[in-house]
Design a protein around this ligand. Structure first.
Ligand SMILES: Nc1nc2c(ncn2[C@@H]2O[C@H](COP(=O)(O)OP(=O)(O)OP(=O)(O)O)[C@@H](O)[C@H]2O)c(=O)[nH]1
Ligand SMILES: [Zn+2]
Length: 359
């Protein structure tokens, strides 16, 4: 029978559980997202046998001066008297400057950390702060049954989290727009229950020639609210305007808010920027890489729509590289420098200096 959820579907359930604060069982470990942990659940974790650890990224560990013995991962040992506040202060850098001393932090070393890494990736893919409380279970099958938890096979989860979920075209419909009456909106949906992505087709571009294309990442603040902290809104409108005036184009609107960390984490990054950190440092203090986006999604959509070459509107060389690597030829990079103002000048300068953006 096909009624039971497969690994992809179980992982989607696990993400929803973690976002609500419900623990999940991953192989033979129990995983709780630090961001949604409660006093009560932490107290219950402390009654279990074994050492609970807080899995964090090496990036976050660097700020906390904790040792990361497992590559990108650090396993900070929870002291027996760890409070919720303590866990939150390790996971969330909001108060780093006000309360800098958390240590010395003991870190676990040795043994297989694969599942800890998978737990961290799972929490991250749920768009939560990258920090997970993890403890070994003696009998994970009985524990799962007793508490009615979502359980995922460890090896299958580890493998699945590396794979990009296929995107399927759901529907498309005519969308007359200010820039062109010949607009059409296409919706693409991944199989893993993740965010949908959109393609806005202007006119009916020739599939056999390079199409004017923008690979735009969602920015609620810039695209919709007119935020002056970035250049996204003006870039979005300038790209659409150019497509309208040329009569053809494809704008891919990828729901990878905040360079892939989600809006809540982007706002955490903005808070850190108000404390004096730049856009890249803020991401690192939160435990993220500079840029967590996967541009291969864009290439997948273009190929599905029948395009194999683009004139790409961007200042970001990584977008050009990724397109080429995914088999979409970039016939031309079309610069898109608009919307600089006194609030975003430092942000744009940081992107040029640290992320290689071309001016
Ligand atoms: N984490 C984080 N994300 C930000 C910040 N400011 C803007 N963003 C996000 O950065 C992304 C910018 O996307 P794009 O305009 O497609 O990308 P880009 O890398 O600047 O490249 P081009 O605009 O093509 O030159 C959006 O997802 C924004 O939400 C910030 O300070 N921190
Ligand atoms: Zn923006």
């Amino acid at each position: 029978m096909s009624f039971s959820p497969d690994v992809t579907e179980t992982l989607a359930r696990a993400r929803a559980d973690l976002r609500m604060g419900v623990p999940v069982v991953l192989g033979d470990i129990l995983v709780l997202a630090a961001e949604t942990l409660t006093e009560e659940r932490l107290a219950d974790v402390m009654t279990l046998q074994g050492d609970a650890v807080l899995a964090i990224t090496a990036r976050r560990a660097q700020t906390l001066k904790a040792r990361a013995y497992d590559g990108d991962l650090a396993r900070v040992i929870l002291p027996k008297d760890a409070t919720l506040k303590w866990v939150q202060s390790i996971a969330d850098p909001a108060d780093d400057l006000r309360a800098p001393m958390k240590g010395p932090l003991g870190a676990m070393r040795g043994g297989d950390a694969t599942l800890h890494n998978t737990a961290l990736n799972l929490v991250k893919s749920a768009r939560l702060l990258p920090a997970a409380v993890v403890i070994d279970l003696i009998d994970s099958v009985a524990f799962t049954r007793t508490h009615g938890l979502t359980a995922i096979d460890g090896a299958a989860a580890t493998a699945h989290l590396q794979i990009r979920s296929p995107l399927h075209s759901v529907v498309n419909a005519r969308l007359p727009m200010e820039v062109s009456e010949a607009g059409r909106l296409h919706i693409f949906r991944p199989e893993d229950g993740g965010e949908e992505h959109y393609a806005i087709e202007i006119g009916r571009p020739d599939r056999s020639a390079p199409v004017l294309c923008r690979l735009h990442s969602a920015c609620f603040t810039g695209d919709l609210m007119g935020s002056l902290k970035c250049d996204c809104g003006p870039q979005l409108r300038a790209a659409l305007a150019q497509m309208g005036s040329e009569g053809h184009g494809i704008l891919l609107y990828l729901n990878q808010e905040g360079r892939g960390i989600g809006l809540a984490n982007k706002m955490r990054a903005y808070s850190l920027q108000d404390q004096g950190f730049d856009t890249v440092e803020a991401n690192h203090r939160l435990g993220f890489e500079d840029d967590e986006r996967d541009f291969r999604l864009g290439a997948d959509i273009l190929k599905t729509m029948g395009f194999s070459a683009v004139r790409l509107l961007t200042n970001n060389p990584r977008k050009v590289e990724m397109m080429e690597q995914c088999g979409v030829r970039v016939a031309e990079r079309v610069p898109l420098s608009v919307g600089e103002n006194r609030h975003n000048a430092a942000y744009l300068a940081t992107k040029a200096a640290k992320s290689g953006h071309l001016l």
